[in-house]
Ligand binder design. Sequence first.
Ligand SMILES: O=C(O)CCCC[C@@H]1SC[C@@H]2NC(=O)N[C@@H]21
Length: 267
Amino acid sequence: MITTASLAGGAEAIWQAVVPDLPGFTVEVLEEIDSTNTELMRRARAAALDPVLLVAERQTAGRGRLGRGWHSQAGQSLTFSLGLSLAPRSWSGLSLVVGLSLAEQLHADVRLKWPNDLWLMGRKLGGILVETAGHADEREGPRSVVIGVGINVARPAEAALANAPAGPMGAMPPAGLAEVEMGVTAAELLPRLVPPLVRDVQSFAAEGFAPFASRFAARDALKDRELRLSDGTTGTACGVAEDGALLVRVNGQLRRVDSAEVSVRPC
Ligand SMILES: O=C(O)CCCC[C@@H]1SC[C@@H]2NC(=O)N[C@@H]21
């Protein structure tokens, strides 16, 4: 089922023409919402999510990781959330698979900054916010997951500077896909990105991160870079383990990092 009723006539026709063929999914395109992730998390808390793709032309309270905001302008970026129920053996590596899937469809030069940023020419092109709903003790069985994706299509305006994390790389202005693909629109990206994303997420649920590890390595933006972790530790990035953990050499010892904010140290 496809819903585009909240859109003005012209916009409705544009989105109707590009809505991806997603068997089993409900597809909704809205003109405006607070945040596509917030909306699907509201629904997930009420009942297990049936497969849904929620696209918004404009978010009034877009959210990024770690409590940050996500700023985007209508027509300048693609913002959507995918909601579904999954029962992977381990959730570790899901956001890496999402980033990899998107990068592979976006452009040969898109790189991945662990755990969930898309980079183009050393600048942030997009971000991913993965959230799950369900009780903490529900280790077994399906949980609802909401996979939020924001991609700068046009070169973003000043407001989007806030999307880039603080730190040396945070000072860099964000990138837009149009810099390497002139004339690309948010609407035409949707059918290009979403069906492969659904396939990759389903394959992750069945097989975990390991089958994706070498593809991730080919786009790893951090490999061999000097890093600073959020706890202040510094070291050298040595790639990603088969379960998706970041490997960092610290004082000659290889350390696994499962979750942290990572910034690249200035050269
Ligand atoms: O880089 C990040 O911190 C993640 C950004 C994720 C932004 C997307 S836009 C669609 C979805 N809805 C939100 O409120 N956030 C995600």
